[in-house]
Design a protein around this ligand. Structure first.
Ligand code: SAH
Ligand code: SF4
Length: 364
């Protein structure tokens, strides 16, 4: 990308986190500054999480002014911030440069802090039980819009003297539907010179876009893969996931096996457990059969409430029977801790809505 041309043609300020190393080098050279200036700027952005150019106090004013007139920290603007009564979970509603809205969640645990970041405004996959699916697709997020969420969470943790330890691409959107930006963001996150969060602490969750899983298996990046299943055959899946007809389940399982073979990493499967829909003993047995021989972990998520879906989470007893059946069949199964339900920050509850203006979201 030719940074200067892009900016001049667009005549709008570029999100500072969309600048690549090459872009920065180009700027530094164009102003006849020594090359170590790029390194200094990157450190301010990714190690110190600054919020404006004035804080970059070892960078000459001329360079800061140039950046300031072409780039912005306002790529993500906080529209709303709420904290859960659970004391551990908080959520931000961000406005993007074109007015689109997204949400980001931060969950603190005893020994870790996880940011759940969005990859799209809305989602095109149309899972009936998911609030993001219910709002439809708005647009893909840029590399910088994805990264800025992680930097924001890291900055918040730093203020309490702690470190952001984990990142999950499990917020709004389908990561594999925005593959290039998601992977370049993941690479920025793991880069020791940039955000420097270990690859094993990062998970990408997908509804099962096979092309994406296959590409990820070939990337030289050891991040975790989570695949949302919800059904044990194509028909069950298609009833819950509108887009599932594009990817057949046996191909999806084959692709997960290939992922394990190539990366040596166990796949996590996710299962939103819905009363009377996919929580029977028979379903548990079919699921155990489907996953047999595939090194994996199963994460059961009792359904979280959303506005446009009537289903209920399974009862405690049903959950126990379902989980026990799978564990005794040799599939390591755990129930995901419910967090932030009171502020609609749980899995599948993210639906970007401006609380004060309630204006309709822009569709494409
Ligand atoms: N699009 C990706 C990642 C975002 S959704 C995916 O679908 O995997 C993150 C997780 O939340 C997925 O496992 C999804 O199945 C789950 N989820 C969606 N809606 C939910 C709901 N209402 N209750 C519980 N889990 C839900
Ligand atoms: Fe999209 Fe994931 Fe929600 Fe399905 S569950 S609509 S893929 S965000």
């Amino acid at each position: 990308m030719n940074y200067l041309n892009t900016v001049m043609n667009r005549k709008i300020k570029q999100n500072i986190y969309d600048l690549s190393r090459e872009d920065l080098t180009e700027i530094v050279q164009s102003l006849e500054q020594p090359s170590y200036r790029s390194k200094q700027i990157l450190e301010w952005l990714y190690k110190n999480y600054v919020e404006n150019f004035d804080e970059m106090n070892n960078v000459p004013a001329s360079l800061r002014d140039h950046l300031n007139s072409n780039c912005t920290f306002q790529g993500l603007e906080i529209e709303n911030h709420i904290k859960s009564n659970d004391g551990f979970t908080q959520k931000w509603l961000f406005k993007l440069i074109d007015g689109s809205l997204i949400e980001t969640v931060l969950m603190k645990y005893d020994k870790r802090a996880t940011a759940c970041i969005s990859t799209q405004a809305g989602c095109a996959m149309g899972c009936t039980f998911c609030a993001t699916g219910q709002m439809g697709y708005v647009r893909n997020l840029s590399h910088g819009e994805i990264i800025a969420q992680a930097v924001h969470a890291a900055r918040v943790m730093r203020r309490s003297g702690k470190r952001l330890s984990n990142i999950v691409f499990m917020g709004m959107g389908e990561p594999m539907h925005n593959y290039e930006n998601v992977i370049s963001a993941a690479k920025t996150i793991v880069d020791p010179k940039l955000l420097s969060i270990a690859a094993r602490k990062i998970t990408i969750s997908t509804i099962g876009i096979i092309e994406g899983i296959d590409k990820l298996a070939d990337e030289k990046i050891q991040i975790g893969l989570a695949v949302s299943l919800h059904g044990t055959n194509d028909e069950e899946r298609q009833n819950l996931i509108k887009a599932a007809s594009k990817w057949n389940l046996s191909d999806l399982i084959r692709s997960c096996k290939n992922y394990f073979k190539k990366t040596g990493r166990r796949v996590t499967f996710e299962w939103a457990l819905i009363e009377g829909v996919n929580d029977s003993e028979e379903t548990a047995k079919n699921l155990a059969r489907l996953l047999k021989g595939l090194p994996c972990h199963l994460n059961v998520i009792p359904l979280n409430p959303t506005e446009d879906y009537d289903g209920k989470p399974s009862s405690k007893e049903k959950i126990k029977v379902f989980v026990n059946l799978l564990n005794s069949a040799g599939i390591i199964t755990t129930v995901r801790m419910r967090r932030g339900i009171d502020i609609a920050a749980g899995c599948g509850q993210l639906k970007a809505k401006n609380p004060s203006k309630e204006r309709p979201l822009q569709r494409v």
